[in-house]
Design a protein around this ligand. Structure first.
Ligand code: AMP
Ligand code: MG
Length: 522
């Protein structure tokens, strides 16, 4: 039998739904409902993360392989742990949506390690009381995307939930991928996600909406004690400190997204982790051409609420909703507002610092701010691959001419022949101003190179790469998943054997479904 160091802080400290039958319903006065995963016919483990297994002190291979497969597919429960689904609400695309909850996520263990507790959560393991009209399942395509991307984000140094395993269920799941009335069966899969907690902004919001201030306080106290103990003992001052810390973590996470060109795609308040971790990998995408207006989510095509250039403002909007949820307990509108106001100024400061690092510049002067803002305008003049541009930029030195500098990043342009006339003139001007501030002394040059290489990844999970891994996996071949897992472990390191993936998006992927266009249908 498996020896796991189990804990139950979530279920022990928070109110449970008294009903144990699994049918869709409103669940007032509770943080969760007990529910068992739905058994599957033919489970197969197709990928897993060694790093997450060692974080948890477990081994999915070897003597306990079958036991783990049973657990990670939902066929058996962890002995000594009663699985549950969380109750939460949220704002979806700016509108209050009422109760949402873990409609297809079931928490199957809370494991205590030396550094932290971790919740193991199966995504796609069958219906729960929160499944509304949906099936509680997930398909292979979206599961691969979540599995690969959450681990890639971790290795990029970005706060995120983790992924332990990817299991094929052996079941067929019907999906209408484009919402055009054409449903088709797809292979079902289950990802086991791992995080200290999966509490979202929406958990608090639902108690606010239901005017359940008693349970709101219980949840705030649990969150404070378990995840923000440095903020103090329960009470107004500590709650405010916690809110401030949540704002800071959320902002830091979003600054990282901006740094690497990650677009979450569905920043609804139910998809915002209370730990400031990237959570719920759905129709996310990676910038190819640098474009503040880009969103991968077809559901958001019209308004582009969650576009790349708006992620920080949406973060603030979401935090304002969380502030409203905390307000009945904190009862200090002014103090909450002051923390939200600080987000704005912190954003400008942190964003400038992050961009300066991407450019290999240190000081935060007006001159450098102007270099950054001009660059952002210039990048929008002609389609320029973000990853390649910033990575290649580290090769530009103080003794380059604007023309030689431009030739070093030329490979980043999607239509190099279009870099003429006014566009060429703007790029030339920008390089002239940039070269002027570059260091010319050897230690500073080396330091700049190192800063840039740690800020500008060489390998990211480009949209078409995930799609290629999916298409192969749907044919039963998992080698690309393995290669990407391996490559993305060291995104900042030159890995010549993976040079093929340091390349612009191929033209065939420009408008292909799954590459640049994704729906929430997962
Ligand atoms: P998302 O946009 O993926 O964050 O999902 C929003 C809400 O819909 C959450 O409450 C999910 O649990 C729920 N949901 C999404 N897909 C499914 C599904 N296939 N079955 C049940 N609930 C789902
Ligand atoms: Mg969600």
């Amino acid at each position: 039998m498996l020896k796991l160091n189990l804990d139950d802080t979530f279920t022990r400290n928070l109110p449970a739904d008294p009903i144990s039958e699994n049918y869709r319903r409103q669940v007032p006065g509770a943080c969760y409902s007990y529910v068992n995963p739905k058994p599957v016919s033919e489970a197969a483990l197709i990928a897993w993360s060694e790093e997450v297994s060692s974080l948890l002190g477990i081994q999915l291979q070897g003597d306990h392989a079958q036991e783990w497969l049973d657990i990670l597919s939902g066929n058996k429960n962890v002995v000594g742990f009663k699985p549950y689904a969380q109750c939460y609400g949220g704002h979806q695309f700016g509108h209050w949506a009422g109760q949402l909850g873990d409609g297809r996520a079931i928490n199957i263990a809370e494991i205590k390690t030396e550094t932290s507790n971790y919740i193991l959560q199966l995504k796609g393991a069958g219906p729960t009381p929160y499944s509304r009209s949906a099936d509680g399942l997930a398909v292979l395509r979206s599961s691969i995307r979540e599995f690969l991307c959450s681990e890639a984000m971790f290795h990029l140094g970005i706060p995120t939930t983790r992924a332990l395993s990817l299991v094929l269920s052996g079941e067929e799941v019907m999906r209408d991928m484009l919402y055009d009335g054409n449903s088709k069966p797809e292979p079902g899969a289950i990802v086991c996600r791992v995080a200290p907690t999966f509490i979202r902004f929406g958990n608090f919001q639902l108690f606010l909406a239901r005017k359940d201030h008693k349970n709101l306080r219980v949840l705030m106290d649990y969150t404070l004690k378990q995840f923000y103990p440095e903020c103090g003992q329960a009470g107004k001052a500590a709650y405010l400190n916690m809110f401030k810390a949540i704002c800071e973590r959320t902002l830091d996470m979003i600054i990282h997204w901006q740094r690497v060109g990650f677009v979450h795609g569905v920043m609804n308040t139910d998809n915002m982790s209370i730990l400031g971790q990237t959570i719920d990998y759905g129709p996310y995408g990676w910038l190819e051409g640098y474009d503040h207006g880009w969103t991968p989510n077809t559901t958001d095509r019209q308004h582009k609420r969650y576009r790349y250039g708006q992620q920080a403002s949406i973060g603030l909007w979401n935090l304002a909703q969380l502030a409203s949820a905390f307000h009945p307990i904190i009862e200090d509108q002014e103090a909450l507002q002051a923390i939200l106001d600080a987000y704005q100024s912190d954003f400008h400061q942190k964003y400038t610092l992050m961009m300066a690092q991407k450019l290999g510049l240190h000081s935060n002067t007006e001159q450098i701010k102007s270099i950054i803002s001009t660059l952002l305008e210039t990048l929008h003049l002609a389609e320029t691959d973000m990853t390649i541009f910033f990575r290649a930029l580290s090769e530009v030195q103080f003794d380059d001419s604007a023309a030689s500098a431009l030739s070093k990043i030329h490979q980043a342009f999607y239509q190099p022949e279009d870099i003429t006339g006014l566009v060429l003139q703007k790029w030339t001007q920008w390089f002239e101003s940039y070269i002027e501030v570059l260091p010319n002394e050897s230690t500073a040059i080396a330091q700049r190179m190192s800063t840039m290489q740690h800020s500008n990844p060489k390998y990211v999970l480009r949209n078409y790469m995930a799609q290629l891994a999916i298409e192969e996996a749907e044919k039963g071949n998992y080698t690309l998943i393995e290669s990407f897992m391996d490559m993305l472990k060291q995104p900042y390191t030159e890995q010549p054997k993976y040079d093929k993936w340091y390349a612009k998006r191929p033209e065939w992927a420009r408008h292909k479904v799954g590459c640049s266009m994704l729906s929430c249908s997962s």
